[in-house]
Ligand binder design. Structure first.
Ligand SMILES: Nc1nc2c(c(=O)[nH]1)N[C@H]1C(S)=C(S)[C@@H](COP(=O)(O)OP(=O)(O)OC[C@H]3O[C@@H](n4cnc5c(=O)[nH]c(N)nc54)[C@H](O)[C@@H]3O)O[C@H]1N2
Ligand SMILES: Nc1nc2c(c(=O)[nH]1)N[C@H]1C(S)=C(S)[C@@H](COP(=O)(O)OP(=O)(O)OC[C@H]3O[C@@H](n4cnc5c(=O)[nH]c(N)nc54)[C@H](O)[C@@H]3O)O[C@H]1N2
Ligand code: SF4
Ligand SMILES: [Mo]
Length: 903
């Protein structure tokens, strides 16, 4: 099966090696600026993360580097200004607040999408020189439970294994991870290993996701009950003599207590009653775990984003410790990182409760060492506020100035209404972003334009501890600057000139590398695994030429690929710690009227709040609007129909989604994506529905289990509209729709407006809005509805179509009109109302529509994915959609069976 877009060309001229800015796999990319000014992208076949492969998001990068939508100049209170004015304003305002209210009255909220150099200096400014630790990061929403779990077990936040282990393992357990969509290149590597070596794959996820395509066993557990599975597994390992006692004795502590606490799940039936899983399935998983010393347990947000996230992590690590499966070839627990530099942020101490270079609060030697290296007497000595507490402190007025960098909390934090209100009321808000129009940016007093992916330069660290360079490829539009430069210029103006007087990002990296080596000796009390001693004296030239390397990097030795292989851990006694898990499962809080559990997560082709991937027409074609997956049983009992709008209500708000009926979600549950925001939809914002509940140890919010009610929303009519330029807020308001959503398409934007009113009334709103634009209008009206094209002088600049909701599917293809550049014949076809159904694109690379795939399956009775690939050419590009093709085949088959049953 072709599943790569490898660089097989020998021509390396003009190709610059860099790294993908999306997920934590950290794929190497080669990019070349063509004479047309456009960018060509291919996978870097020398990069150890991807060996040339890329997924749909990486391949579409060239479509997202537009000038359009970029923040181009700094501004204060909406007035454009010079960099000097903006930086001076930020520095003096922060100093004013600090002088009046103390250092804890200011806070920074940063991101795993910053480069290591940016992250290092912003952390140094807050913790080292402002003297507060009120800097936290969106990694709190993402990795905090894994970090806390690692520290409890290993004494240091380290991922012991590497990507190869997934290929070398005999059993891979994916817990709360939709690897096929969220880490697609790693998924492809695992899939190939499975095909070639027969790796067994177990997926533990309440949903049947695309990842289940390669699962030998899918355990659709009741949400939040992972601890029961892994605590039960510990008891089972002991009962069946699979504990590696010599390892446990020599290299671990607290085993007996952990085992004692596991007795609550000493029978399979006790695990089954909490998780809702079949006993036979649980037993099969346990047996496979016993039989396969080479086991990798990879976990992600289904584990971390929970009120018991840290305990979930330790319940997994406990089983690996009991069997001595840590840092061995093909055998480790594996926390996969989400963002491109989540790992780098953890290295430089981006979280409020950590210090740079894996140094620790509460350790006097560490504090003394850091004071000495940074030459400061202001170092914060206690942890700062974690993200949720930080935003609460803004709400209560304790924090008076906030600087947000490279994250969009107005969309991504829970309880969006509260977050947006407090951001609107924050006395001084600075936002650094490369994009001009984000939900967060709308609240900013000072806006600072940052460089985007193709312009910035520095390093990132991926999930397997490999440090890679991101390199500058294109000139920066407008006045965008590197984030590290912005921070250092503010720091200098705050009075810390010497400590922030770097000439380049290479200088910063070198200081950071030296810090990892400082006081870091082989002695068991002082050793930190994070050590870059071998590259601490790297010259700027070496830095520019740096090729990917995995840490630790000590004494020019080749890095040791795995950590803790010798059974020596970073705890005071050198032993790993079992954690006794005493979690009490409460009965689910789904009481009337909130009787469904809402789960949230990612779509294949969008990245978070869509500020980048939303610019790509090909990526946006995969899922055009926010959809909630709901089981057909729950839909039927609520009168909900497939593809119709529903209103979801929770304790914190109401949001509209399109319903998608699917057996992939279990009865009593539903799933919605996290991507849509005020910028591209009037509703569909999942975090408006999610109240704030956190893990007490890690402070990570629980995003995956919110009780909600869902009911159908009655809609009478629909208008679709295409335009090369987006509509402004005033135009959107005039249309008076009950719901609208915007999608990037080739040549411009596609809007869908839905109304409770009849199409006749809708027609009058639209005409009113269009008359305001003062343009000439040509229109047609058939029995199916109204259609029109607006001309600005002689050029068509907008087209619309209005119909009753029942007739939406039989409207002419309005998108085609724009993608073809308003060809005369298309205008004619459109106005005369010829029918072409609109269908989502499943294969982004080859632009194959769902409809084409379904028709091919039905026509030729296809049941094998290989045949669908041949028949449709879907899946012959990057291969990211193959897992989805399998799901489509199974959905079509399910529909067939249902139809037969009905007959
Ligand atoms: N396409 C795409 N890829 C991405 C991103 C993106 O925005 N888009 N974001 C990146 C980032 S920052 C991150 S953190 C990663 C996230 O990567 P993942 O963690 O793989 O993604 P999610 O969709 O958040 O959640 C994973 C799964 O957890 C399941 N789950 C929910 N509750 C439970 C539970 O109680 N137990 C278990 N076992 N599973 C549960 C959900 O059903 C879901 O399928 O993706 C990265 N990659
Ligand atoms: N309900 C629910 N909510 C979730 C999750 C979930 O599963 N469910 N997942 C959580 C997780 S794991 C994560 S990681 C977060 C992600 O949430 P966010 O971090 O809020 O999401 P992004 O859209 O990635 O925001 C990044 C912002 O930084 C900008 N940016 C990109 N590169 C740069 C740069 O180099 N410099 C600067 N200054 N700006 C830049 C982008 O334009 C964008 O506005 O969402 C969390 N929220
Ligand atoms: S797998 Fe992740 S890092 Fe690799 S190309 Fe896709 S989004 Fe980028
Ligand atoms: Mo994340």
């Amino acid at each position: 099966m072709p599943n790569t877009k490898r660089n097989t060309s020998k021509d390396n001229k003009g190709w610059i090696k860099t790294t993908c800015p999306y997920c934590g796999v950290g794929c190497g990319i080669e990019a070349k600026v063509l004479t047309s000014g456009k960018l060509d992208i291919r996978g870097d076949k020398e990069h150890p993360a991807n060996y040339g492969r890329l997924c749909s998001k990486g391949l579409a990068l060239a479509e997202t580097i537009l000038r359009k939508g970029r923040l181009l100049t700094p501004s204060i209170q909406d007035e454009e200004c010079s960099w000097d004015d903006a930086l001076t304003n930020v520095a003096t305002s922060l100093n004013d607040v600090i002088n009046k209210h103390g250092p804890d009255a200011v806070a920074f909220y940063v991101s795993g999408q910053l480069l290591t150099e940016d992250y290092y200096v912003v952390n140094k400014l807050m913790k080292g020189f402002i003297g507060s630790a009120n800097i936290d990061t969106n990694s709190r929403l993402c990795m905090a439970s894994a970090v806390a779990g690692h520290k409890r077990a290993f004494g240091e936040d380290c991922v012991p294994g590497n990507y190869q282990d997934l290929e070398l393992a005999n059993l891979v357990v994916l817990v709360g991870s939709n690897l096929a969509w969220c880490h697609p290149v790693l998924y492809q590597r695992l899939k190939i290993a499975k095909i070639q070596g027969g790796t067994k794959v177990v997926v533990i996820d309440p949903r049947r996701t695309s990842t289940c395509e390669i699962a030998d066993l899918h355990l659709p557990l009741f949400p939040g009950t992972d601890i029961a599975i892994f605590t039960g597994l510990l008891a089972y390992l002991s009962q069946h003599n699979h504990v590696n006692h010599s390892y446990v004795e020599q290299h671990t502590s607290n085993f007996d207590t952990a085992l004692k606490y596991s007795q609550r799940f000493s029978t399979i039936s006790s695990v089954s009653s909490v998780t809702g899983l079949r006993s036979s399935d649980i037993e099969m998983f346990y047996q496979w775990f016993c039989e396969n010393p080479k086991t990798v347990t990879l976990f992600s947000q289904g584990v971390n984003q929970s009120t018991s996230g840290t305990d979930k992590v330790n319940s997994i690590i406990n089983c690996h410790l009991a069997t001595g499966r840590i840092g061995r070839v093909g055998s480790s627990p594996f926390s996969i990182t989400g963002q491109p530099n989540a790992m780098g942020g953890r290295e430089v101490g981006g979280l409020a409760n950590t210090l740079a270079a894996h140094l620790e609060f509460g350790n006097e030697d560490h504090i003394a060492l850091l004071k000495d290296v940074w030459q400061t007497n202001k170092l914060a000595t206690k942890p700062g506020l974690k993200a949720i507490d930080m935003f609460d402190a803004i709400d209560s007025g304790k924090i008076k100035a906030l600087w947000i960098m490279a994250t969009n909390p107005a969309v991504s934090l829970p309880d969006s209404k509260k977050i947006n209100t407090l951001l609107a009321n924050c006395p001084f808000l600075i936002v650094s972003d490369c994009v001009s129009c984000t939900d967060t940016m709308q609240h900013a007093h000072v806006r600072l334009p940052a460089q985007g992916w193709s312009e910035k330069s520095g390093t990132v660290t991926n999930s397997e501890r490999t440090i890679s360079r991101q390199r500058r490829i294109m000139p920066t539009p407008g006045e965008g600057k590197p984030d590290w430069w912005i921070v250092c210029e503010v720091a200098k103006r705050m009075g810390f000139k010497e400590a922030f007087d770097y000439q380049s990002e290479a200088d910063i990296f070198s200081e950071y590398a030296k810090l990892t080596a400082a006081g870091n000796t082989k002695d068991k009390c002082t050793e930190r695994k994070l050590n870059l001693a071998a590259i601490q004296t790297m010259t700027t030239k070496d830095y520019q030429a740096f090729s990917p390397k995995q840490w630790p990097l000590i004494n020019n030795e080749i890095s040791s690929e795995r950590l803790f292989s010798d059974g020596h851990f970073s705890t005071p006694d050198g032993k790993a710690r079992f954690v006794a898990i005493d979690h009490r499962f409460s009965t689910p809080c789904t009481t009337s009227p909130f009787t469904l559990l809402l789960n949230s997560g990612r779509n294949r082709d969008q990245w978070h709040t869509m500020t980048q991937t939303g610019l790509s027409a090909s990526l946006s074609a995969h899922a055009a609007e926010p959809v909630v997956d709901i089981n057909p049983f729950d839909a039927t009992t609520r009168g909900i129909k497939n593809n119709k709008l529903v209103m979801i209500t929770s304790n914190t708000g109401k949001q509209i989604f399109k319903a998608h009926l699917s057996n992939d979600v279990m009865v009593g549950q539903c799933f919605a994506p996290i991507h849509w925001s005020k910028t591209n939809c009037s509703s569909g914002k999942v975090n408006s529905l999610i109240p704030t509940k956190t893990d007490l140890i890690s402070g990570q919010p629980a995003f995956k289990t919110t009780p909600v009610a869902i009911e159908p929303l009655m809609i009478s009519s629909v208008a679709t509209l295409i335009t090369p330029k987006g509509l402004n807020d005033k135009q959107l308001k005039t249309i008076c729709a009950d719901y609208w959503v915007k999608q990037t398409i080739k040549g411009g934007y596609f809007y869908r407006f839905l109304f409770k009113e009849s199409s006749k009334n809708v027609y009058s709103h639209l005409i009113l809005m269009l008359e305001h634009s003062g343009s000439s209008l040509i229109q047609g009206h058939g029995s199916t509805g109204w259609r029109g094209i607006i001309y600005c002088q002689t050029t068509p600049c907008l087209a619309f179509s209005i119909s009753s909701i029942e007739r939406e599917r039989i409207q002419p293809d309005i998108v085609q009109l724009l993608t073809s550049g308003f060809r005369e014949q298309d205008i004619h076809t459109f106005l005369s109302g010829c029918l072409v159904a609109i269908s989502p694109i499943i294969c982004t690379c080859k632009q194959v529509k769902l409809e084409t795939i379904e028709q091919a399956i039905i026509k030729d009775n296809l049941i094998n994915v290989e045949d669908v690939v041949v028949a449709t050419s879907a899946g012959t590009g990057c291969g990211s959609c193959i897992a989805e093709l399998v799901q489509i085949i199974s959905h079509v088959c399910e529909r067939d069976i249902e139809q037969e049953d009905a007959n």
